[in-house]
Write a protein that binds this ligand. Structure first.
Ligand SMILES: O=P(O)(O)OC[C@H]1O[C@H](O)[C@H](O)[C@@H](O)[C@@H]1O
Length: 543
């Protein structure tokens, strides 16, 4: 298979970029008064203005041609229909089935996917309803007040991000906490002020074989049993979310209290299914289903809208444009919502675990740059920290600004000030301020160069009416599909993650060397051997 970089569409883009690179966004706007109208697209409740990108109508045509050349249309159809597009694991990729509307059938590899998805959702809703109403009690008969989700990676970041995003919708007086790290500080700190009689643990792990999760879960079980004085308490305080019933049973959790999913849901694509159980307990089954409707709306848009008006396609292509043709190293994601404080971290797993690959799906090395690096903080905090580099630094950092029209609660017009900041930043990044303008304001000549705002820094602005379960679903589905578009252009398998395995195995090999009384055995390399010696010495001193 020829590499995409050898396609005529790729060379056409490279040539076009060379011509466009010298043009400033100020000129692109001046030359084309209809630009904003044409470079605005809606999908569900999401409104995207991408006019502040370093593109023209011609660029978009060339990018869409590249998508066609990469077979994006067929790939989308293949994903939705359950073809095994995760080739290295020979699996279907069906997170979109987690939000299938009731009544729609989907059978893949002989499995009634739609039926199974709805059966789990119904079981989750039934259980959540009982916990929320107080019908489900702890071992001593008291209603649950705190849910602790123990999981890591996709079994943590999704529900943790979404719970934070939707905490204003948590209406049953039940709070969630999330424990992920193998650092004992995480579980110890989380349990410190909890009442065991009113705490429910949701042990979330696709494989139920993850060291961090199983270790934290054991500590939690010990804590509970010690405090409630009876092993039998476990069945009222522990439930599991997993694809592996055998391991759940081995751990000692009643599989009647297990919520399942399937190997065709990647961990980082899973919180709209059973991995979202803690979220569902907090916000209720109905709000959870509204979130699924949001996901579904963007799925439908992605599947059916022409590429020129397809939000995930356009944003994915823009990602490729900057990564491969402008040499951009990173993309900032800047939600102007405190509630989305975990959104950039969530997106980091979604995009970097999916597309951080250096071989193509067919095993050949990639030629293009792959894997956008996402980072960010909620506005306005970032403005007072790292925006200096965005405005005047030497690197090009394309950024996504996400804002909401209506706050959940407002004080003193604060929400409008928040939005004014978002809009001001994107305008300043695009248009900047010239030396002439600064001099005309009376700045001393020596200071003028320091104050020049170069502008020409590209941004997407996504406006959303309000942060709700539905719009959160829309935003997440948007980024899921952006990742898919980019992975398709690069020709990689976005759904495996072999790169995380070696470190896990080596950690297990190294652990005994850190703790045993024997002299350190073999370390994998001299540097690591020296570090092991130092660590053991310091550990001994500390004891
Ligand atoms: O859900 P689990 O099986 O416990 O896996 C948790 C996480 O660990 C792995 O190392 C993967 O890199 C992630 O994709 C996954 O989400």
């Amino acid at each position: 298979m020829a590499d995409i970089t050898e396609a005529p569409e790729w060379s056409a883009l490279a040539e076009h970029q060379a011509a466009l690179a010298t043009r400033h966004l100020r000129d692109l706007f001046a030359d084309d008064p209809g630009r904003v109208g044409r470079m605005t697209v809606t999908a569900g409740d999401l409104h995207l203005d991408y006019s502040k990108h370093r593109v023209t109508g011609e660029t978009l045509g060339l990018l869409v041609a590249l998508a066609e050349r990469a077979g994006l249309r067929e790939r989308i159809a293949a994903m939705f229909s359950g073809e095994h597009i995760n080739v290295s694991e020979d699996r279907a990729v069906l997170h979109t089935a987690l939000r299938l509307p009731p009544g729609e059938a989907l059978t893949v590899d002989g499995q009634d996917v739609a039926g199974d998805v709805h059966a789990v959702l119904d079981k989750m809703a039934e259980f959540s309803g009982r916990v929320r109403s107080g019908e489900w009690t702890g071992f001593t008969g008291k209603p649950i007040r705190t849910v602790v989700n123990i999981g890591i990676g996709g079994s943590d970041l999704g529900p943790a991000m979404a719970y934070e995003a939707l905490r204003d919708f948590a209406d049953a007086g039940i709070a969630c906490r999330f424990v992920s790290n193998i650092d004992p500080a995480d579980i110890v700190g989380t349990l410190a002020d909890l009442d065991p009689e009113r705490t429910l643990f949701v042990i979330s792990s696709k494989t139920f074989g993850t060291l961090e999760t199983l270790t934290n879960a054991k500590v939690a079980r010990q804590w509970l049993v010690e405090r409630l004085g009876d092993d039998k308490a476990v069945s009222r305080h522990f439930v599991a979310v997993s694809t592996n019933a055998e391991r759940v049973a081995d751990f000692g959790i009643d599989t009647g209290n297990m919520f399942g999913f399937w190997d065709w849901v990647g961990g980082r694509y899973s919180f709209d299914g059973a991995i979202g159980l803690s979220l569902m307990i907090a916000i209720g089954g109905e709000a959870f289903r509204e979130m699924l409707a949001g996901f579904r709306e963007i799925d439908e848009h992605f599947r059916t809208a022409p590429f020129e008006a397809n939000m995930p396609v356009l944003m994915g292509l823009l990602g490729v444009w900057y990564t491969d043709f402008f040499g951009a190293q990173t993309r900032a994601v800047l939600p102007y919502s405190q509630r989305l404080s975990r959104f950039p971290a969530y997106l980091q797993q979604l995009t970097m675990e999916s597309n951080g690959k250096s071989v193509r799906a067919d095993g050949a090395p990639v030629v293009a740059q792959t894997g956008e690096i996402f980072w960010g903080e909620p506005g306005t905090n970032g403005q007072h920290a790292f925006y200096q580099l965005l405005h005047q630094g030497t690197r090009l950092v394309p950024a996504d600004f996400i804002g909401f029209a209506e706050p959940f609660a407002d004080r003193e017009g604060m929400h409008d000030l928040l939005t004014a900041n978002l809009l001001a930043q994107t305008s300043a990044l695009a248009f900047g301020k010239t030396a002439e303008e600064i001099a005309a304001e009376g700045a001393p000549a020596a200071v003028v160069p320091h104050k020049v705002m170069p502008g020409n820094r590209p941004t997407s602005t996504i406006l959303v009416p309000r942060l709700t379960p539905k719009t959160l679903g829309e935003l997440v589905a948007l980024y899921e599909h952006i990742v898919f578009v980019e992975g398709t252009i690069w020709g990689i398998d976005s759904f495996d993650q072999w790169g995380v395995e070696l470190g896990k195995v080596m950690a297990m090999d190294l652990a005994p060397a850190l703790t045993s009384a024997e002299p350190p055995s073999e370390a994998p390399d001299p540097s690591t051997a020296a570090l092991v010696r130092t660590y053991r010495e310091w550990r001994r001193r500390a004891v």
